[in-house]
Design a protein around this ligand. Sequence first.
Ligand code: ATP
Ligand code: MG
Length: 329
Amino acid sequence: STGDSDRMTPRLESVEERESNMWPRQNSLSLKEWDIPFDDLNIGTMIGRGRFGRVFRGNWHGDVAVKILNPDFLHDEHAIEAFKLEVAIFKNTRHENLVLFMGACMKPPRLAIVTSMCKGNTLYTHIHLRRDKFNLNKTTLIAQQIAQGMGYLHRRGIVHRDLKSKNIFLENEKVIITDFGLFSVTKLVYDCDTGLGIPFGWLCYLAPELIRNLKPDRPKNEDLPFTKASDAYAFGSIWYELLCGEFPFKSQPPEAVIWQVGRGMKQSLANLQASRDVKDILMMCWSFQADDRPDFNQLFTTLERLPKKRLARSPSHPIQLSRSAESVF
Ligand code: ATP
Ligand code: MG
């Protein structure tokens, strides 16, 4: 049986080695146990629509979230293979700061991903819609949990590729990261609304090396060179959102952001009233050279060492950010 062959796997290899060696042979077998027949799901109301499909409340042995992929996606056989590859990756993720993968509907034309239902709101909703203010202690605790979940993903060789405040839920005090690895599948159905295929609120998470690879004539932006370091860049932008309550480069047109970030300019921090340690984290994550960015273990340690005190920021006066790209500090 599948279980037996799994158990016979040598345990001395690293996780990454094992996955890369094992999966082509094991894939079809070990995926079966994660396959959920679409008809077994009780689909409820729609929660929302994203770039690559729709998310529904559902019931499958309890409350679940069902992400039904856009049917356009099915025209491409590679896309279905890519989807199964993602499923093979998800099934090996277990961490308290990652959404729980429960299974997938893998039989075209119904491709769906079933995860636990996240309670609470996304960081995006907290920060940008409800305009909630978090003090520095809470901000740091949130960032530390993101760093832990991301450190775990990277340890397993998984690059998130779409780390952003919309993909992070806050359940009471607990951070839950969603949608890891999905971008590589969904890029294939990427439906661009602007000439460059850049939806609002995405650009500020893209590291310079990604920005420089955006091509107007390649609207689906396949093959963007996402790496662990580009995830670290995105984390920097989330840290900024948490601190400032705004997106970096807020209200600048995409062309201006592309021009600046591609040349190594950063959002000015002149009006962010925070300690040097807090700003250093932003600057490290936003390093132009990918190699200069910290990994998530380093980030966790740095965050842990931040002095526990309140962020000096007046809630009634949103920070006016300098438009000058040159004035980094
Ligand atoms: P984008 O299209 O830019 O990726 P998004 O992340 O909001 O934005 P989806 O991931 O498709 O798009 O999510 C659609 C909606 O479903 C959002 O409101 C999201 O918060 C919600 N959602 C997604 N996954 C879950 C989950 N596991 N539990 C609860 N709600 C979820
Ligand atoms: Mg999402």
